[in-house]
Design a protein around this ligand. Structure first.
Ligand code: PLP
Length: 392
């Protein structure tokens, strides 16, 4: 429409949702589709969390809450972060810096809106979560891709990131463990990145740590919150969606520095007023209740991870490195002779397996395919079997 704002045409999308729609259509037509496309845990939300949401509704929590979230919930978020990341003293988290939002995504949008404008450059991972590039472009800022490489285990390389900073750079987005690769950035690289940022005081950092509790093979998560020297310009993104199998509840949080937190809250007031009150009570129960359901889910993901990596490496033309976190495998498929999109389409139509083309995560995703292993071991084995038969 000629009267629509040009920014609208710059918004991208998340192809995983389109793949899901196509897979559902095929399923409705009677095809047996195995969905390794969508990035959400296949588990139910643990029962004590559901019960807390139910109780909040029964108890009459039907109204607005403070825009930045219930005070008790923000305290619980701060304590949870301090406990998980070993923070205290100058790295401790003040609940007044916590802003609860409907999912992980709003924090990305708000960060982009705070810094993005024509003439500004924002660095973001590629291949990476597609919404980063989308929201940067929306603001008129220039999205500058940080290429993540298979030979690096898809980790961020501090020297590469620092070399891309110009006098127009205002924000850097990093994500570890990463979607779509499962890549985990080692502490040594994060140390170097933080040290290098000392020379660029005008650059803020958004660290997307939504998969911080999904690590395998003895790997440890290093939160950017543990670096006091950048706390005055760090936006920490995390949330409930992945950790507690709560994607549909729409619950996320961020820790904003003092200079930004009031702006973030004002964005909430303008955008959604507050997060659904009952969902906030459920989120509180998630953080303060027993954590064994989380450990069980992670243990199951780990077994599936081993199974899918082994199976993918047995498909002719595919090579899959060991993903250290999240719940995705991101094999190199160049040896199949198919482009990412061709592989995605053929595996869906000929094998009945939904996956997402690497290019849905940026141009540097060509030659790769994302498999979500948030599905049963049995389905994972059936799916890769069928793909192997298509490739033979
Ligand atoms: N960040 C990353 C890296 C993700 O992969 C996702 C979801 O797939 C999100 C954030 C957003 O999660 P939410 O559903 O809580 O908005």
């Amino acid at each position: 429409h000629p009267d629509f704002a040009p920014a609208l045409s710059r918004l991208g999308t998340e192809s995983a949702f389109e793949v899901l729609a196509r897979a559902s259509r095929l399923q409705a037509e009677g095809h047996d589709i195995i969905n390794l496309g969508i990035g959400q845990p296949d588990f139910r939300t643990p029962e004590h969390i559901v019960e807390a949401g139910r109780k909040a509704l029964a108890d009459g929590h039907h109204g607005y809450t403070p825009a930045n979230g219930l005070p008790r919930l923000r305290e619980a978020v701060a304590q949870d972060l301090e406990r998980r990341h070993g923070l205290s003293g100058e790295t401790s988290v003040d609940p007044d810096n916590v802003v609860v939002v409907p999912g992980g995504k709003p924090t990305m949008f708000f960060a982009a809106l705070m810094f993005g404008r024509p003439g500004v450059e924002i660095l973001y991972p590629n291949p990476g979560f597609p919404i980063y590039e989308s929201v940067i472009s929306f603001t008129g800022a220039m999205p500058v891709p940080i290429a993540l490489k298979e030979e690096n285990g898809f980790a961020f390389d501090a020297a590469t990131v620092l070399a891309q900073i110009t006098d127009r750079t205002r924000l850097i987005i990093i994500n570890s463990p990463a979607n779509p690769t499962g890549g985990v950035t080692p502490k040594a690289e994060i140390d170097k990145l933080v040290a290098g940022l000392a020379e660029h005081p005008q650059v803020a950092l958004m660290s997307d740590e939504i998969y911080s509790q999904m690590l395998y093979g003895g790997r440890e998560h290093v939160s950017l919150l543990s670096y006091p020297e950048i706390r005055d310009r760090l936006i920490l993104l995390d949330g409930w969606s992945k950790t507690y199998a709560m994607t549909g509840w729409r619950m996320g949080f961020a820790v904003w520095p003092d200079s930004m937190v009031e702006h973030a809250t004002r964005l909430c007031i303008n955008d959604h007023s507050c997060v659904n009150a009952a969902a906030q009570f459920a989120g509180l129960a998630a953080l303060t209740g027993p954590q064994d359901a989380v450990r069980d889910m992670v243990a199951q993901f780990d077994r599936r991870r081993e199974a899918i990596v082994g199976a993918l490496n047995s498909v002719p033309g595919m090579r899959c490195a060991d993903p250290g976190g999240a719940f995705y495998a991101f094999p190199n498929i160049e040896g199949t002779g198919l482009t990412s999109k061709e592989a995605q389409d053929r595996f869906l139509s000929e094998a009945g397996v939904a996956t997402v083309a690497g290019t849905s995560f940026g141009a540097f995703g060509e030659g790769y395919l994302r498999f979500s292993y948030a599905n049963s071991l049995e389905n994972i084995e059936r799916a890769i079997d069928r793909i192997r038969r298509v490739m033979q």
